[in-house]
Ligand binder design. Structure first.
Ligand code: PGA
Length: 250
């Protein structure tokens, strides 16, 4: 079984003081876990702090968004090269909280994905359906459209060594995670969809599950064949809970 990947998504939480405590606790509690890759995606202003505290640890860091442009007159945007400047290795792309609150289109998300890859970052592409879409049995159609936009614009080879996070919108922050079978079935669908265009890319891809993962449900989720790890929101803000999840992946 390939190594699992666990990604902390801090969202818009933290301060210099509280981040220092949390990152030091991560380093301390996770240092004995040698069979899992751990990443923390911090708000932009804290990238320098993550870099200085984590540089000598095995924990990687990244951002939660990136500009679709390379450089220029784009007030308020942050480019992939700037993230690289701070040692970021990963970037979350197309999180549903951004898609809904900031009207991100699938095309924008696709361009950001390409930007990340073009500048040596590993994109973590978030896909997933709403509750209404799931109840209507449309979840695969919705996720397929999110993937196909990238495939049509830039080709399926762009997925080589990338990360996809299946995050059903109804499971995010709700305390109601998808069942292992629901997640497994969607992860299989995602891998097959990419494989139908580019088998090598599909095999090199990690597919994470995100949405109310906690130390109790992590084991059942992570034993599923197609679940390569997790994207963790709320429980990543508590070092003990995050450790429990990383331990399950380890
Ligand atoms: P949650 O968030 O773990 O708090 O559900 C996951 C996410 O939004 O990435």
């Amino acid at each position: 079984m390939p190594r699992k990947l666990v990604v902390a998504n801090w969202k818009m939480h933290g301060s210099l003081a509280s981040n220092q405590q949390l990152l030091e606790a991560y380093i301390q509690t996770l240092k004995s876990l040698e069979n899992v890759d751990v990443v923390v995606c911090v708000p932009y202003p804290y990238l320098a702090q993550a870099q200085s505290l984590l540089a000598s640890s095995s924990i990687a860091w990244g951002a939660q968004n990136v500009s679709k442009d390379t450089l220029g007159a784009y007030t308020g945007e942050v480019s992939a090269l700037m993230l690289r400047d701070f040692g970021a290795k990963y970037v979350i792309i197309g999180h549903s909280e951004r898609a809904t609150a900031y009207c991100e289109s699938d095309e924008n998300v696709a361009t950001k994905f390409m930007q990340a890859k073009a500048h040596g970052l590993i994109p973590i592409l978030c896909v997933g359906e709403t509750l209404i879409e799931r109840e209507a049995g449309m979840m695969e159609m919705v996720v397929a459209k999110q993937l196909d936009t990238i495939i049509q614009m830039y080709g399926a080879a762009l997925f080589a060594n990338a990360v996809i996070a299946y995050e059903p919108i109804w499971a995010i922050g709700s305390g109601l995670a998808a069942t292992p079978d629901q997640a497994q079935s969607m992860h299989e669908f995602i891998r097959n969809r990419i494989a139908s265009h580019d088998e090598d890319a599909a095999n090199s891809l990690k597919i994470l599950y995100g949405g109310s993962v906690n130390p109790q449900n992590a084991v059942q989720l992570f034993v599923m064949q197609n679940i390569n790890g997790g994207l963790i929101g709320r429980c990543s803000l508590n070092a003990q809970e995050f450790e429990g999840i990383c331990r399950a992946a380890n």
